[in-house]
Design a protein around this ligand. Sequence first.
Ligand SMILES: Nc1nc2c(c(=O)[nH]1)N[C@H]1C(S)=C(S)[C@@H](COP(=O)(O)OP(=O)(O)OC[C@H]3O[C@@H](n4cnc5c(=O)[nH]c(N)nc54)[C@H](O)[C@@H]3O)O[C@H]1N2
Ligand SMILES: Nc1nc2c(c(=O)[nH]1)N[C@H]1C(S)=C(S)[C@@H](COP(=O)(O)OP(=O)(O)OC[C@H]3O[C@@H](n4cnc5c(=O)[nH]c(N)nc54)[C@H](O)[C@@H]3O)O[C@H]1N2
Ligand SMILES: [Mo]
Length: 759
Amino acid sequence: MAAKPPAGDPVQDAPQVAAPKHAAAGLPAIGHTLKIAQAQMGVVRTAQTLLKVNQKDGFDCPGCAWPEGDKRHTAEFCENGAKAVAEEATLRRVTPEFFAAHPVADLASRSGYWLGQQGRITQPMYLPEGAERYEAVSWERAFEVIAEELTALDSPDEALFYTSGRTSNEAAFLLQLFARAYGTNNLPDCSNMCHESSGSALAETIGIGKGSVSLEDMHQADLIIVAGQNPGTNHPRMLSALEKAKHAGAKIISVNPLPEAGMERFKNPQTPQGMIKGAVLNDLFLQIRIGGDQALFRLLNKLILDTDGAVDELFVREHTHGYEEFAATAREADWDQTLTATGLTRPEIEQALALVLASKRTIVCWAMGLTQHKHAVPTIREVVNFLLLRGNIGRTGAGVCPVRGHSNVQGDRTMGIFERPAAAFLDALDKEFGIVSPRHHGYDVVRSIRAMRDGKAKVFFAMGGNFVAASPDTDVTEAAMRRTSLTVHVSTKLNRSHAVTGRRALILPTLGRTDKDVQAGGKQVVTVEDSMGMVHASRGNLTPASPHLLSEPAIVARMARAVLGGESEINWEEFEKDYATIRDRIAHVVPGFEDFNTRVAKPGGFSLPHAPRDERRFPTHTGKANFTAAPVEFPALPEGRLLLQTLRSHDQYNTTIYGLDDRYRGIKGGRRVVMVNPEDAAELGLADGSYTDLVSEWKDGVERRAPGFRVVHYPTARGCAAAYYPETNVLVPLDATADVSNTPVSKSVVVRLEQSPTA
Ligand SMILES: Nc1nc2c(c(=O)[nH]1)N[C@H]1C(S)=C(S)[C@@H](COP(=O)(O)OP(=O)(O)OC[C@H]3O[C@@H](n4cnc5c(=O)[nH]c(N)nc54)[C@H](O)[C@@H]3O)O[C@H]1N2
Ligand SMILES: Nc1nc2c(c(=O)[nH]1)N[C@H]1C(S)=C(S)[C@@H](COP(=O)(O)OP(=O)(O)OC[C@H]3O[C@@H](n4cnc5c(=O)[nH]c(N)nc54)[C@H](O)[C@@H]3O)O[C@H]1N2
Ligand SMILES: [Mo]
């Protein structure tokens, strides 16, 4: 990775730094939204598009998975949702002439930001073996190439089918059906790098890997703890829910190594009052050390156990399992160890306890700050212990709330995008389609990379996403990808993964959420599931970026016909013509989707069943909600090192870079910054504004280096540092993954900072 912009890339990374902001949204957010939207879409298309975001007759915002309320505002989107829409609805185009002018080597030398800014891809493109440039190709030939490679493999398990979480339920269902009919469970997805730890911890403890609260619960809670999440940037509409809860009397605690502006003060753009003053959201900010959350929740649990009458004994007796063992372990929790692990003070934890004990209805929300650690699964299990102790699951205004990322990542999993599917799911699938799905598990993301690296996987197919940039250990991942015989990307826009190819490569351009989807059977809708298990329809209304685009369901259906040919008795043609026929089959296979077409036609859609939430029934192996008692872990920090978390700026959507500013954190015009506590910086001799290389230290002894980061003195917790992803993915070792969930440890990388001459 270069410290300066790659040659020929006009994007200058020259960060300017000012003091961090203490409020989010408000007028500057509206101005910013309109500027970005109009630059990409022009004035008319901006109005046409933004008024349809998240409306009942419109499309689901391709930004985050936060749910919409039942009452919609005219403008039911946020600044960052508008940026996501503008990126997709842009008027810029990447044509075959573009590819003729830019050989693959040139694309590989560009920044991700530059690639994304070129616009929507207009035609299928093919990179033949040995060629320097992608060339236009017909759809027929593209599917033939895929069929040639897939049918030539020694085993179906040499193929990988990756999904990023924007894919609709219909496309996801078809993709997993195709993969299983073809013969593999190799269905890695972005969730493996995201909320897998939440799914693992929740499935074991409450019996379902999804959150248990609704938007209404948020509004009725007494206490909401937001741990390891930055809603002001990544789920801005969540701030409205927090504000509403607050008005109704809720208290809010945020647990984070960084003071995040949105949690400090939220200026609601939908109310005049909010625009001027805004609401203070945090009642208590616990500035925790990276990775200290399990220790914090463990001590809170001990303190609850030590308080007379604080445990909901009736709930514990009737609905839980493993209490005694857990309680014995938790009683041993130790103040000193907790203060070391968390960096918090005793009075801070006592204040938190007081709020916890005063609350009858508690919700814990979390995102990547809890999931991307070695001990992420035991950390989330400890959160579950915390909620179970006081009966806070399956009660109004209470519960677990893992806040999902991609707008349909939860739905994709519900549709069977999973490398370790349940036998019951496969049985239902086989029965419906007369196929024999493989029963052995497939590869997740990290195992897929190893398989490509070791020559065990040879065809890589991606339904969206940007695999090489989003995955850990960038150099290893890129080398692995280059070893394959074919890489195929179904994409809306250019990204790094198109420039890191197998022996042959295809780019298959597709419709996005905002695009009108017309098939032989008429205008189509697709469906998605939000973070709270609501399923609803999404209809694009824009003329597609080019007449050559195919929808995602059409691409899978045609690929299936080309690959499976006469072997398949599945009527793929019918699926392509009319997606309602796909939904009819989903209704037969996936529990909770009975009568799918009728129910999804209702404005606002329907809610999926959730046994713990709806009936306090816990479908676990014990038939009860399980307390667990793992030893407390927290990252060890060698002398002179920092614990680096890799996170998102305000101007990006994962690997899609909208701009070079991180407004709330006071950073402008560049992304290669590392935020360090001023006292740590002083000890390490790192002046604000100086340049440093980040070097990660891992037990394999391999040197992983990201050069040329500007040091920013920033109020993060002691011993901690923060820098943006994906620039820092090069530092995350492939084998550094969470126990059980195998999620890359992107939030605690031990680094040393070495002064670099790059300034
Ligand atoms: N605009 C926009 N929206 C997005 C995305 C985007 O990139 N841009 N991405 C989407 C996706 S896929 C996802 S998964 C979500 C991600 O949403 P977030 O999880 O909010 O995203 P991150 O930027 O990774 O922020 C992690 C937060 O956790 C904190 N943190 C880090 N380590 C720890 C820790 O050890 N303990 C605690 N308590 N806190 C910690 C960080 O300081 C930061 O506030 O957002 C989704 N929405
Ligand atoms: N170091 C570090 N690494 C991380 C993380 C981190 O916090 N730190 N976060 C992880 C997380 S939470 C996630 S979810 C992953 C994200 O990993 P991915 O989901 O793989 O990455 P994205 O950047 O969201 O993918 C963007 C690309 O998707 C394509 N695209 C956009 N819309 C559509 C569409 O409608 N259809 C299709 N077919 N393609 C579309 C565009 O071509 C765009 O370039 O990254 C993970 N990696
Ligand atoms: Mo994510």
